[in-house]
Design a protein around this ligand. Sequence first.
Ligand code: ATP
Length: 267
Amino acid sequence: GAGMQDDALERPRVSFKDVGGLEELKENIKMNIIYPFQNPSLFKTFGKKVGGGILLYGPPGCGKTFLARATAGECNARFINIAIDDILDMYIGNSEKNLHAVFELARKHTPAIIFIDELDALGGSRQQMRYQNNRMLTNQLLSELDGVESDNSEILVLGATNSPWFVDSSLRRPGRFDRVLFVPPPDLQARVEILQLHLKDKPLEALDYVKLAKGMEKFSGADIKAVCDAAADIAITNAMKTGKVRPLSMDDMLSALKKVRPSTLEW
Ligand code: ATP
């Protein structure tokens, strides 16, 4: 591990308005995470607990990382995005040091949100070979989360996984990742919103968003973005061939749609 550089610190410009759909989740995160984070004494006055982490789970590409980044944008916090596989190091003790460095970096630049992806990679069930290593890393994460020797009052930790059943149960106790929220594949309305968000800065003809979204059953947000990107490629290729730029059309979108396979079929 190269150690944690300051360039791991993001200052996200995205906020909840950039995330299509997921309205209930946004409300939940506001009420349970952002507001207590911003007004701890008010929440404590009314006997509400402050702190603890959230575990986001759901199919790939449906916005877990994006939502976490937007949460940081909403509360003007720094954002550190790490995956367990990036933290793992073959040398004994180094994985724990890497993880500690991440938390120290966050504590130095508060308010901060640490987003830990692939939390299930710590479970041991996934990689028997690395179990020993993982147990030590899990223990390190537990002590970082509990803030035994450090002040965590201005950092928030969000975790994510595609397989919550593999996440170590010790990580799910109170004060740790004690709330689990499902980030679902986008429904029709959400697909319309995601389409509009990803097309908003492109030259466009009038598009039938509902028709497009209906053709995107089981598409993740990332799949929808891929369709928009593919449609832009078609328009660009066309402009280079003809020497004339014309706005993105329904036909471009429909041809692009055929090139992308839905990735949430089994959800
Ligand atoms: P993974 O499990 O693979 O890490 P994820 O759930 O974290 O996936 P993201 O990385 O957040 O998925 O999503 C990938 C990209 O798809 C985002 O950067 C964004 O461009 C687009 N996207 C996904 N969901 C949404 C959404 N609800 N609104 C707008 N864009 C979205």
